[in-house]
Design a protein around this ligand. Structure first.
Ligand code: CA
Length: 468
């Protein structure tokens, strides 16, 4: 069955095809864009940073710069990625669409290359901001091919483990913005804290005497249900064992003891602290260049990380460890500052939010919502439910996982129609599946309805279980 592919026509009622056409077609919005002081935008996208591993959510983690930026800005407490896997998540950020809409459902970016770079069916947020008059640049882990191919005028893919080259390139770019009135859009895609972990002594020493908390849902090995598969059915990955420079030097797969997880987590936090320090230097560079006050800074990660919770050591699942990420926005000109926003938000919201903040037209057909209203004043919840998917891992479409999450409930549907329901208020560590409880029958039916609605929207052809 053919999936419901989003065409560029569906996506953009104002047809922005490329280059000059993009600029022309976006001209309708350019009057508002001539308003003074359009903000610069800096996005720092990290790799595999789970939402509990940041200082403002966990005092064991030392991230003074992220804490300060979030404390003076806006922390989105419940941010979910469109998919918890690298390339697909990045393609979703760039296109504003779920993986089954843009086609890059896992680690293979060739569908992104085809639809965005070759066929130019889907515009990227970088192309739209460039069309609206922004100078654009990306350095770091693209995972989607050369960044100049999908809307960035400058930049390159860099893969150094410490991100030093990436931050040096970003700093050099910011230095060139002094006295330049053209707004800029800078995307810094870090390699950290993805494995292999290479924290260096000064960073690991920070945690020598730190008690590393073990969450209540830690297990030495995962349960056998398919929701815990992280690849082909029956496989449970522990990526801390991959590569020559792995931190634990253990064979792949469970079990992992509490002490092993503590040692790994110590290194993971250490790398996050180094990343936080680099982010602090980047912000200082913005100040030195005189552009700090008018720069929107946004931090998030492409997915989380399990760290032994549920007996897993990777991401890819629909559990909070994997699918929920730290996300904050800082902008000195923001009216609402120093607030935590508990609304359910999606990584897909980044696309329309950035266009909104830039005063650029927000195209129709996106799967995310602008967070502009929530940044301006307290508003009702952004949405009733947030969705995520991971259907392409293991090479077999449809065997993966998908979820819808409301304020209280999370419903997961796997490729073999296992259903899981977690009460996030009573059970935030998702330890008890209550899908089969008689008392929850109406909730399960309601969430199945949300799931069917979402599946129809993204063209998910998996057949969910019928209501009894
Ligand atoms: Ca990742």
């Amino acid at each position: 069955m053919a999936r419901k592919r989003v065409t560029r026509g569906d996506f953009l009622r104002t047809a922005c095809l490329s280059g000059a056409a993009l600029a022309t077609s976006c001209a309708a919005g350019s009057k508002s864009l001539r308003r003074p002081r359009r903000p610069n935008i800096v996005v720092v996208l990290s790799d595999d940073h789970g939402y509990r591993s940041v200082g403002y959510n966990n005092p064991a983690v030392r991230t003074p710069n992220l804490d300060r930026l979030g404390g003076k800005g806006v922390i989105f407490e419940r941010a979910y990625v469109a998919t918890p896997i690298c390339a697909a998540s990045r393609a979703s950020l760039m296109t504003g669409l779920f993986p089954q809409q843009h086609g890059a459902v896992a680690l293979d970016a060739s569908e992104f290359q085809r639809s965005v770079v070759e066929e130019k069916r889907l515009p990227t947020v970088a192309q739209l901001l460039a069309g609206a008059g922004y100078d654009t640049a990306l350095w770091g882990k693209s995972h989607l091919g050369p960044p100049r191919g999908y809307g960035f005028a400058e930049g390159e893919e860099l893969k150094d483990l410490t991100d030093d080259q990436t931050f040096a390139s970003a700093a050099e770019f910011i230095d060139r913005r002094k006295n330049n009135p053209t707004p800029f859009f800078l995307w810094v895609a870090t390699r950290q804290p993805h494995i292999p972990l290479k924290p260096g002594p000064e960073w690991i020493d920070l945690y020598r005497n730190t008690e590393i908390p073990i969450d209540p849902n830690f297990r030495e090995s995962p349960p056998r249900e398919s929701v815990y598969n992280q690849g082909l059915p029956g496989e449970h990955y522990y990526r801390d064992s991959e590569g020559r420079d792995n931190y634990l030097g253990l064979p792949a797969g469970p079990p992992r003891s509490r002490e092993q997880i503590r040692e790994f987590t110590r290194a993971y936090y250490a790398v996050i602290s180094r990343l936080d320090h680099q982010i602090g230097e980047l912000v200082e560079q913005l100040e030195r260049a005189g552009v700090y006050r008018n720069t929107v800074f946004l931090y998030l990660s492409d997915n989380g990380y399990h760290l032994g919770n549920h007996g897993l050591g990777n991401k890819i699942t629909m559990h909070e460890e994997s699918v929920r990420v730290p996300m904050l926005l800082h902008w000195p000109r923001l009216k609402r500052r120093g607030v935590r926003i508990p609304a359910l938000v999606s990584s897909l919201d980044l696309f329309p939010t950035l266009l909104d903040l830039a005063g650029a037209p927000v195209p129709a057909g996106l799967s995310g919502l602008s967070l502009g209203p929530a940044l301006r004043e307290p508003v009702r919840p952004v949405r009733d439910y947030v969705a995520s998917e991971c259907v392409g891992v293991g090479g077999t479409r449809g065997t993966g996982h998908r979820m819808v999450r409301t304020d209280r409930w999370k419903y997961i549907l796997t490729g073999v129609n296992e259903e899981l329901l977690f009460d996030e208020h009573a059970d935030p560590f998702e330890m008890v599946n209550v899908a089969g409880a008689d008392a929850n029958r109406a909730i399960v039916q309601q969430l199945r309805g949300h799931m069917r609605e979402w599946m129809a929207r993204v063209g998910d052809t998996h057949l969910p279980p019928p209501d009894a």
